[in-house]
Write a protein that binds this ligand. Structure first.
Ligand code: NAD
Length: 507
C-alpha cells in the first residue's frame, strides 16, 4: 500500500449532528421515533432524523393530494412555477457549502465532489424552470372543416420520489424540479443513509415560496415508508432511483393500483478500448470512471473491454494512474476518492474480489480494504483485476466499489457482443479515432447513454436512463420532463349545426 496516494485525517471541527424532521403540508413534524447516521469516514453521529411510520406517510400523501386537487400549484401558470424554481436555484447556490459538508459527512464522498454536485444541481432547477414556460402540446386543424383537435399536457398528479444514498442531492434534482415544473405535487423519501440534504432543500423550497403541501418529505426506511409510497391509491406515479432489486419490488407493489413507475437502476457499464484510440486520454477516463464516487456510481465503468494487442500496455498505464489518485479523508480539499458507504458494503466488495481470485482472476493492484490513518475502516484500495472471464460474478454484477474488471477482445463484433452480454443497459462507451467505429458502436450498443471518446459527461438537455434491467423511463431533458405529464386529446366541433345526427328522429 506504500505506493498508493492516501490523504490521512486533517485537523477540523466537525459540525454538530444535523437534526431532520418530516416536512408535511408546510410544517416540520417530529417523529415518534428517530434514527441516526454515523459518518462512514469519521465514525461519529452526523445526523439525527425523525423516523416515519404509516401515520406520517399517509399524512404526507394526503397533503400532496389536497394541494394537487386544490390547484395551488397544478393550475397556476408556467411562469409562476418557473419563478419559484429559479429562486430555488439561487438559494441552492447560496447554500452550497453547508449542504456539501453534510453530504460528505453522511455519504463519505470527497468535499470537492459534494460542492460540485450541489452547486451543479442549480442548473437542473434552471433548466426545469425553462421547460415550465416553454412546454406545450399541439393542435390539429386538418381533421375536417368543422373539427379542431388539441392535444394538451396535464401534470400527472401526486408523485412519490424515492432516492438512493450515492448522489442524494443531485438525483433529487434530476426528479423534483421537473415534477414541479410540470405542476405535480410530491412526496419525497431520501435514503435513510443520507437524509439531511433533502431536508436542507426542503428549507430552501419554503424560503422560495413553494405553497404548503406541494413538496412533502418523509424520512425513514423502505419499509414501511417507501413501500407505502408505492402502493397508496392517491399516488399517481412513483419515480425511483436505486438498486434493480428494489426497483422490481416497487414495480410489483405499485401494480395493485396500476400507477406509472419510472425506474433508474443499476449498471455494469463497459468502456471499449480500440487500438487506434488516444490511449492516454482513454486510460485517464477509465481511471476516473472506476474511482469516481469510489465506484459507488450507477454509471461506474466497472468493466473495460480492451483490444488484446494493447491490453497489457493499457492496463499498466491504468494501474500507474490509479496509484496517483488521492484516496482518503473526504474533508480534505484535494481528496478525489472517499469512504465506502457501510462496513457491510466494504465486505461485499472484498467478497467479489476474493471470489474472482479463487476463480482464476489476477489482481494487478489493490484487492483489499485500505487503512487510512486517523479515520475509520471503511475504505477500499483502488483495485484492478485481469484474467477475468465474462461468466464471473465480478464481470456481471454491480460490485459498486473501486474495482475495475478487464476483459479482452479481437474484433469489433466481439467487443459489441461483450458489451451487450449483460442484464444491465445503463451506459456504454468506446474509445477510437475512427468515426465509423464510434458510430457503429453507438448504434449497436444496448444502453440508454453511449459515450464516444469521453465518459460520464451529462447535460440537463440530454435524457438519461437505462434499458433492460437498468430501468424504464427517462430523466432530465425534455423527455424526463414529459414523464411527469399526461397527454389529453380535446376534440372540438367548431361548425354550427355541422354534426350529423345518429338517430333519425321522427319529430
Ligand atoms: P436501494 O435500492 O437500496 O435504496 C434506494 C431507496 O429505496 C432508498 O431510499 C431506500 O430506503 C428505498 N427502499 C428500500 N426498500 C424499499 C421498498 N421495498 N420500497 C420502496 N423503497 C424502498 O439503493 P441504494 O443502495 O440507496 O443505491 C444504490 C443503487 O442505486 C445502485 O444499484 C445504483 O446503481 C443505483 N443507482 C442508479 C442510478 C441511475 O440513475 N440509474 C443512480 C444512482 C444510483
Amino acid at each position: 500500500m506504500k505506493d498508493l496516494t492516501i490523504n490521512t485525517a486533517t485537523a477540523y471541527d466537525l459540525p454538530a449532528a444535523f437534526v431532520g424532521r418530516h416536512l408535511i403540508d408546510g410544517a416540520w413534524v417530529d417523529g415518534a421515533a428517530w434514527f441516526e447516521r454515523i459518518s462512514p469516514s469519521h465514525e461519529v453521529v452526523v445526523s439525527r432524523s425523525a423516523m416515519a411510520g404509516e401515520a406520517e406517510t399517509v399524512a404526507a400523501v394526503a397533503a400532496a393530494r389536497r394541494a394537487f386537487d386544490a390547484g395551488v400549484w397544478s393550475r397556476i401558470s408556467g411562469k409562476e412555477r418557473a419563478t419559484v424554481l429559479l429562486r430555488v436555484a439561487d438559494l441552492i447556490e447560496a447554500n452550497v457549502e453547508r449542504i456539501a459538508v453534510q453530504e460528505t459527512l453522511e455519504s463519505g464522498k470527497p468535499i470537492s465532489q459534494s460542492r460540485g454536485e450541489v452547486g451543479g444541481a442549480a442548473d437542473l432547477w434552471r433548466y426545469a424552470a425553462a421547460l415550465a414556460r416553454t412546454s406545450h402540446g399541439d393542435s390539429h386543424n386538418s381533421l375536417g372543416d368543422d373539427m379542431l383537435g388539441v392535444v394538451v399536457k396535464d401534470p400527472i398528479g401526486v408523485v412519490s420520489i424515492i432516492t438512493p444514498w450515492n448522489f442524494p442531492f443531485w438525483i433529487l434534482s434530476q426528479k423534483l424540479p421537473f415534477a414541479l415544473a410540470a405542476g405535480c405535487t410530491v412526496v419525497v423519501k431520501p435514503s435513510e443513509m443520507t437524509p439531511s440534504s433533502t431536508i436542507m432543500l426542503g428549507e430552501l423550497l419554503i424560503e422560495a415560496g413553494l405553497p404548503a403541501g406541494v413538496c412533502n418529505i418523509v424520512l425513514g426506511y423502505g419499509q414501511p415508508v417507501g413501500s407505502m409510497m408505492s402502493t397508496h391509491k392517491d399516488v399517481d406515479m412513483v419515480t425511483f432511483t436505486g438498486s434493480t432489486a428494489v426497483g422490481k419490488l416497487i414495480t410489483q407493489a405499485s401494480s395493485g393500483t396500476l400507477k406509472k413507475v419510472a425506474l433508474e437502476l443499476g449498471g455494469k457499464n463497459p468502456q471499449v478500448i480500440m487500438p487506434d484510440a488516444d490511449l492516454e486520454n482513454a486510460a485517464d477516463a477509465v481511471t476516473f470512471g472506476i474511482y469516481f464516487n469510489v465506484g459507488q456510481c450507477c454509471n461506474s465503468s466497472s468493466r473495460i473491454i480492451v483490444h488484446e494487442d494493447i491490453a497489457e500496455r493499457f492496463v499498466a498505464r491504468v494501474v500507474e494512474l490509479s496509484r496517483q489518485v488521492k484516496f482518503g479523508d473526504p474533508l480534505d480539499d484535494s481528496t478525489q476518492v472517499g469512504a465506502i458507504v457501510t462496513a457491510e458494503h466494504n465486505a461485499k466488495i472484498d467478497g467479489y474480489v476474493q471470489d474472482a481470485i479463487k476463480a482464476g482472476a489476477k489482481v494487478e493492484l489493490g484487492g483489499g480494504p485500505l487503512p487510512v490513518d486517523g479515520l475509520g475502516p471503511q475504505f477500499y484500495q483502488p483495485t484492478v483485476v485481469t484474467n477475468v472471464t465474462p461468466d464471473m460474478a465480478i464481470a456481471r454484477e454491480e460490485v459498486f466499489g473501486p474495482v475495475l474488471t478487464v476483459l479482452t477482445f479481437k474484433t469489433l463484433d466481439e467487443a459489441i457482443a461483450l458489451t451487450n452480454d449483460s442484464d444491465y443497459g445503463l451506459s456504454a462507451g468506446i474509445w477510437s479515432s475512427d468515426i465509423h467505429t464510434c458510430l457503429e458502436f453507438s448504434r449497436r450498443a444496448h444502453a440508454g447513454t453511449v459515450w464516444t471518446n469521453t465518459w460520464m459527461d451529462g447535460y440537463p438537455e440530454l435524457a438519461f436512463g437505462g434499458v433492460k434491467q437498468s430501468g424504464q423511463g427517462r430523466e432530465i431533458g425534455k423527455y424526463g420532463y414529459d414523464e411527469f405529464l399526461e397527454v389529453k386529446s380535446v376534440v372540438m366541433r367548431v361548425g354550427r349545426d355541422s354534426r350529423a345526427p345518429w338517430v333519425e328522429a321522427s319529430a
